[in-house]
Design a binder for this molecule. Structure first.
Ligand SMILES: Cc1ncc(COP(=O)(O)OP(=O)(O)O)c(N)n1
Ligand SMILES: Cc1ncsc1CCOP(=O)(O)O
Ligand SMILES: [Mg+2]
Length: 519
């Protein structure tokens, strides 16, 4: 499913099965799920676990389905449609839960992604779920992701959740109990000054931070979030991006609901794919470490995620933000050869050689470009770039964990950073780098990439999200593709093989520039 398909309602939509309760007021439950999914171009099929009688302020009663009625709904659905993902909300009792576990486990591999929003109570306080400990464990072992708020996390683990440390301890406990991954919604974490959601898997922790917003009367935000995660997963986003987008989606509905008086705020309105950069959370990645050693401190320099209210000074800006074609080359000879084109920017990217040899090459590259308008970026070797006074340095995601960003900023060395999706963009935007690279856009033979090619539609959205920071597209860009890439509004287009693997590199430079509309 491409992003293009996400935008065209006429295209066959992927299907998510929503299993949960009906809220007669329409504010939450499977009605909310279906509205959210439709807003994100996904078709919802529903399996009802219980019918509740409630308004926006009170829950009066509920009637649970028997396990056999649930089973029958599953059976009929499975005969007519295939789920791309399953979103589970309120499960009334052990019988229902065990039936769902058995049904999910019997699905053919690869199984659809399953997210469980373990709704315990309605926002008005009505109890929706009575599950025993072993059954909770069975569910945790079966689903791919569980999305509790802090109260539900406490219920799932029998642990107090009242501080960041206790939240982390409970999340780790849930993983010990067999959960594959957990996303904790921080909205109820009253001790936090910001709204911080935390994702924990056996290998990593990701924090998603937003300024706290007055939630107003909006209901069903938990259902909305879990449904949005399922929607973005079926639209083929990696889990980090699906979580970032779902967080931004809920934030966008919240803002809309607070700012508009033209509708009932409890229900919110459809807002579509999140596009407003202000709705996106700050993202911080960290490896999962033993409880005793890991801290949640967000030191702006050592760990590159500041709190959203921390003021970070930007890296030195480019002298020309209209970058045009950006050749990425591996020798001084290539730089010498390409300088006569008048290129505004060039990257020295060398992967082999002794430190001494590379130092010498960087020195020569700097000398060659010193009195030209060509902005020279050194890939990887940030210490040498700083020491030798290069114009800029280009770093990857792993490099920014270890590089001394403060030293780079202080030296006035420009910084370009690679990203591969929404989560990484939100990780680096807050650092205010000199440019953000977006890739890889198309399949490439130049480098082995761990992620999938992003395509043009995603690239357009990334460019929008980077507002105010220059952008560079990279990966598999050639003469046939460059015009479409340029139309997205990127400031620069980086190429390796389209220049270095052709018979006439200078001719290729001019032809690519012309095709992109740069010449
Ligand atoms: C302009 C531009 N974008 C991305 C990259 C990739 O950098 P990185 O992630 O550091 O990977 P390597 O290039 O070191 O393999 C780049 N070099 N330039
Ligand atoms: C270094 C790098 N980073 C992401 S894709 C890529 C290689 C781009 O090379 P090409 O332009 O030949 O596809
Ligand atoms: Mg690198």
């Amino acid at each position: 499913m491409t992003d293009n398909a996400l935008q065209q309602t006429a295209v066959k939509q992927p299907v998510v099965w929503c299993i949960g309760g009906i809220d007669s007021s329409g504010g939450a439950g499977i009605t909310r799920d279906a509205i959210t999914l439709a807003d994100l171009k996904v078709h919802a099929c529903v399996i009802t676990t219980q019918a509740t009688v409630q308004s926006n302020t009170v829950m009066l009663s509920k009637e649970s389905m028997t396990a056999s009625a649930l089973n029958q709904q599953w059976q009929v659905l499975s005969e007519s449609t295939q789920a791309s993902a399953i979103k589970i909300g309120a499960i009334a009792n052990d019988e229902q839960a065990l039936l769902l576990c058995a049904r999910i486990q019997s699905l053919a591999m690869p199984r659809p992604f399953v997210v469980w929003d373990p709704v315990l109570r309605t926002s008005s306080g009505g109890k929706l779920s009575e599950l025993s400990e072993p059954v909770v464990e069975a569910l945790l072992n079966t689903v791919d992701l569980v999305t509790p708020n802090t109260q539900e996390l406490s219920w799932l683990t029998n642990m107090p959740v009242k501080t960041d440390d206790s939240l982390r301890a409970a999340a780790y406990q849930l993983i010990e109990n067999g959960a594959h991954a957990v996303y904790i919604k921080g909205g109820h974490a009253s001790w936090q000054t910001q709204a911080c959601d935390t994702f924990v898997s056996p290998t990593q922790t990701i924090q998603f931070t937003q300024p706290r917003k007055d939630t107003g009367k909006l209901r069903g935000t938990g259902c909305m979030l879990a449904s949005a995660i399922a929607a973005f997963v079926v639209h083929d986003y990696c889990i980090e991006d699906a979580l970032t987008l779902a967080n931004a989606y809920v934030s966008q509905v919240r803002s809309d609901s607070c700012s508009s008086s033209a509708h009932t705020p409890a229900f919110g309105r459809c807002v579509g794919f999140p596009r407003n950069p202000a709705s996106f959370p700050l993202v911080k990645f960290s490896p999962r470490e033993p409880l005793a050693t890991q801290t949640f401190s967000l030191d702006a320099e050592k760990a590159p995620l500041p709190q959203s209210n921390t003021v970070i000074s930007p890296f030195k800006t480019l002298t020309q933000t209209h970058l045009g074609l950006y050749p990425v080359v591996d020798s001084v000879e290539w730089i010498e050869r390409l300088l006569p084109t008048g290129t505004n920017i060039i990257q020295f990217r060398v992967k082999q050689g002794t430190q001494e040899d590379i130092r010498q090459q960087i020195k020569e590259a700097i000398a060659l470009t010193k009195h030209t308008h060509c902005q020279l970026f050194i890939n990887d070797y940030w210490e040498l770039a700083v020491e030798l006074g290069a114009f800029g340095v280009h770093l990857g995601q792993e490099d920014i964990d270890t590089a001394d960003l403060h030293a780079i900023r202080k030296a006035g060395t420009r910084l370009g950073i690679s990203t591969h999706g929404f989560a990484e963009i939100q990780r680096v935007r807050q650092l205010k780098p000199s440019y953000i690279a977006l890739g890889h856009i198309f399949p490439t033979n130049t480098k082995e990439m761990p992620s999938k090619p992003q395509g043009i539609e995603r690239l357009s959205k990334y460019v929008e999200l980077c507002e105010g920071i220059p952008t560079v597209a990279i990966g598999g860009i050639n003469l046939a593709r460059i015009a479409d890439v340029a139309k997205t509004g990127v400031n620069g287009i980086a190429v390796v093989s389209a220049i270095t693997q052709v018979d006439d590199p200078l001719h290729a430079f001019y032809a690519l520039s012309k095709e992109a509309g740069f010449a």
